[in-house]
Every structure is written in C-alpha cells, then in structure tokens.
Write a protein that binds this ligand. Sequence first.
Ligand SMILES: [Zn+2]
Length: 243
Amino acid sequence: MELYPEILKVLRNLLEKSHNAHWVNWIDEDMEQWNKFKSTNHHLSAYGGMGSINDLWVGGNDLNGIWEDEIFDKSKALAYSLAQNKGIGSSELVAFSNQPNGKEIEGWRCLECGYSEISQNGIESYIAKKFVPYILKEKIENQELASITEINDLRNLEKVVMNRNQVISTIKNSEIVCTEKIDKWEKPCPKCTFKNKAVYRWDFIENSELNEITPSENNLKIKKDKKTPPNTLYKKLLAFFNL
Ligand SMILES: [Zn+2]
C-alpha cells in the first residue's frame, strides 16, 4: 500500500464533508501530481503562510467535529512528513503515534473564588487528542484507513468509551463542575458573581486504584489559593474567646 495517496484520500474525505471546495481541488491536484510524476511539491506548498491548510478547521460544532478536526490535523502532519520523505518506516509511525497533540483537559476557572467548569467539549477534545494518533496507526497497519472518517464508530470503541467514562466520573467526584456546553465567556462566575474567568488546564492521572484530576503546571494563580490563613486564624480567635 502506498501510504501517501491513502492519507491524501483521508484529507480529501474530511474536506469534502466540510464542504471546502478550494482544498478538495487542491488535494485532487496533489493526487494527480503523485500519480503522474510521483511529485509531492504541490502538496508541500499547501503549508505555511496566511490562509494555508494549517489554519483550517474542518469539523462541525458538535462532538464529532472535534474528532474530525483532530483526524485532519494528525493526517496532515503525516501527509507532510510523507511528502517530504517520500515514505515512512514503521518505526517512524510508532514514534508518530506516541505524540498526541495535548495531554491536558481544558476548561475554565474563576480566578477570584476558584470555581471550575469543564464542558463535554473539553472532555471530548482531550479524548480525541489522546486516541486519534493510536487509531490512525492501527488503521494504517490493518489497511483500514478509509474507515477512519466513520467518527461514530471511533467514538464508540470500547477503550474510548471506558476512558471517557473514567474521566467524567473523576471530574464528578472532584469539585469541578461538569457542564454540557461552555457558558458564554462574558457571563459572571455563578459562585461569586465576579467576571474574572480564565482558561484552565488539568491533568488526568490514571492510577490503578484511584484516578485523579489535578491542575496542570503553568495555570494562572487563583486569588483564593493563598492558603487562607487569615480565616483559620480568625476561627481560632473566635474559638479562644468562645464566640
Ligand atoms: Zn468565582
């Protein structure tokens, strides 16, 4: 199997699904250049610069759209690498599948009081980023690449469903509120009514006994996180005076 034209087909399929005629035509030209001259120059010229294929979002606004865009992104990276090297070995493919785009779950947090929300989209995005590289590798190895755009099948794979459920139950057991959609950004915090929200990221740590969700490094600081010593001191004073 020639992998390069197969990956081009995946890109083309996703572009067609999202009604992007300009880039569908572009990929058609890539295929022709490959079939006639084994040339990848036209495809390589799609990357870089304003309005390039790099800036493209192909998925819809639903949860499937998150997967479509993730598959598009990873397939693009692979197509680019193939176009540059005119082929890819199995060891490169393994390395490729070990590089997911992100390892954190994204939501938002109120910087005043620490109230936190993660939406269904945030969870699905984490799951898609985690599984797409492996699924892509598996599909290539099993020569089933054409079926990678059957998004519902991918989202319902046993290991995907299991991991998603683990993430959801871990969030529900934490102080983070799990929401269906992201609230309008300009809306005040539902807990303290301040308007001081920030994007916030968490790590999902899988332990055999107990999974955990903990704040990632490099998040903005929460004002309330200053250990609240004045409050405890105040309480001690109250206790001392029997108030
Ligand atoms: Zn708040």
